[in-house]
Design a protein around this ligand. Structure first.
Ligand code: FES
Ligand SMILES: [Fe+2]
Length: 461
């Protein structure tokens, strides 16, 4: 069974009507970060119509493996069926709607509803019920399987689902941004794999807060994370020092953005992966330009709209141990207009040794895990934005925030004319072009406009 696409749309708040004009000036209505009306519309217009990250194929290596996931706030079961096919099944019994699966993850041939005992195979097909002969003699069981997300596609093992059956393909939606995703996920023949289980925690902030941050909010690092820099866990270049040669942003890349920090040409860094990991890298899987960038890289962070982000970085868990590279992938799960459940997975190249995987996991958890040195800084400041956004003052004064860093004549930095990758690249950390790109894409999806039309109205930059 497939789900019909969602079309219901609540009325728009007034500030959405002037959003294009605001974005052109680098302004953003504060209320987008905590507004029930906007949030209800986002669930329907964005989460029900976009490619939403579900999980990585390496989380379900065997038939029957499953894990609970969400699209917006809707509960789904991410499961590899006995037939080997990965599906995203709505966790709702067809009889009376009870949740058929209550375990976070595991392996099962099927699921039995705890209410009246209808049972389903791990492919979603209805298997039977306790009073089948007595009460459902004429039931056509083939019509009563679990609902499933109509579109499930993957790229580099990253599985996304879309509740809109008419949506363009995942690859078309990722567009030119695949060039940057390839650099993170195609380093070795086996690609990246998830280590351990995802960690999850709640932050009293809007889901867009983390998503826009990962588009290139470089300037917060020196302030929010100063204590980590002072402790020497990350060097200042990796943390986004204003040194021009080391940091650049790419924005307006088919609606997405990435922030990159690198060292001088000729130095191999590969995000601090040690030689016993880099020796597994297959240099033929990337183009020469992608490979050259990977070599010099110390940090990459980006967001695939709406709520999937990644951070590729090398860090220490102690000042007297060497840094270790890892890839953190994240989902900013909406849990209300002012609440987000952060999901964080640690990934490493599949061919790395078990020892290295353990080490990368430790470093990942100690930096960007729920009590990580960096993470606890971010979740201390983000709730303040949601609190301000909910104020009556912001509502009656139509408060707009400043997203003007590096916009137009604010900066002397101009797009790099010789940039070899897609998107608009600016060799400066003093810019918020990536954040503006995120909100342009948001505005396009919320108003049902083509991204091209929005870019024309708002401009590049
Ligand atoms: S609600 Fe599932 S069997 Fe009745
Ligand atoms: Fe941060």
């Amino acid at each position: 069974m497939t789900l019909p696409s969602t079309t219901a749309a609540p009325a728009d708040p007034d500030f959405l009507k002037t959003m294009g004009e605001d974005l052109r000036k680098g302004l953003l209505p504060l209320r987008v970060f905590n507004n029930q009306q906007i949030y209800d519309a986002e669930l329907r217009r964005i989460f029900a119509r976009s490619w939403v990250y579900i999980g990585h194929e390496s989380e379900l290596p065997n038939p029957g493996d499953f894990a609970m996931r969400t699209i917006g706030e809707d509960p789904f079961i991410f499961v590899r069926g006995t037939d080997g096919v990965i599906r995203v099944l709505l966790n709702a019994c067809r009889h009376r709607g009870a949740q058929i699966c209550r375990t976070e993850m595991g392996n099962a041939k099927g699921f039995i509803c705890p209410f009246h005992g209808w049972s389903y195979r791990n492919t979603g097909a209805l298997m039977g019920m306790p009073v089948k002969r007595e009460g459902y003699k004429a039931l056509d069981e083939s019509k009563w399987g679990l609902f499933e997300a109509p579109r499930v596609e993957s790229y580099c093992g990253l599985v996304f689902a879309n509740l809109d059956a008419q949506a363009p393909s995942l690859e078309d939606s990722l567009g030119d941004y695949k060039w940057y995703l390839d650099i993170q996920f195609k380093l070795s023949d086996g690609g990246m794999e998830v280590v351990g289980e995802p960690h999850r925690w709640i932050v009293e902030a809007n889901w867009k807060q983390g998503a826009e941050n990962f588009c290139g909010d470089s300037s917060h690092t020196q302030m929010t994370h100063r204590s980590v820099l002072d402790a020497g866990i990350a060097d200042r270049a990796a943390a986004g020092s204003p040194n021009k040669k080391h940091g650049f942003h790419v924005h307006d890349c088919d609606g997405y953005a990435i922030s990159i920090r690198q060292v001088d040409e000729g130095i191999d860094k590969f995000w601090e992966y040690p030689p016993d990991v880099t020796r597994h890298f297959n240099t033929n899987r990337l183009s020469p330009a992608q490979l050259a960038l990977a070599r010099r890289s110390i940090v990459h962070n980006g967001t695939v709209f709406p709520n999937f982000s990644f951070l590729h970085i090398g860090l220490k868990d102690s000042v007297d141990r060497p840094a270790a590279g890892y890839l953190s992938v994240r989902a900013w799960q909406p849990r209300g207009p002012g609440r987000t459940e952060i999901w964080n997975w640690i990934m490493v190249p599949k061919e790395a040794s078990d020892d290295y995987k353990r080490r990368a996991y430790q470093v990942g958890m100690s930096s960007f895990g729920p009590s990580g040195s960096f993470e606890q800084d971010d979740v201390a400041v983000w709730p303040g934005v949601a609190r301000s956004a909910a104020t009556v003052f912001a509502e009656i004064n139509e408060v707009k925030l400043n997203y003007q860093m590096g916009l137009g004549d604010m900066s002397d930095a101009v797009p790099m004319t010789d940039w070899v990758g897609p998107g608009v690249a600016v060799l400066s950390n003093a810019g918020e072009g990536g954040l503006r790109t995120f909100h342009k894409t948001w505005y396009a999806r919320m108003t049902g406009q083509d991204l091209a039309a929005v870019e024309k109205e708002v401009g590049h930059g």
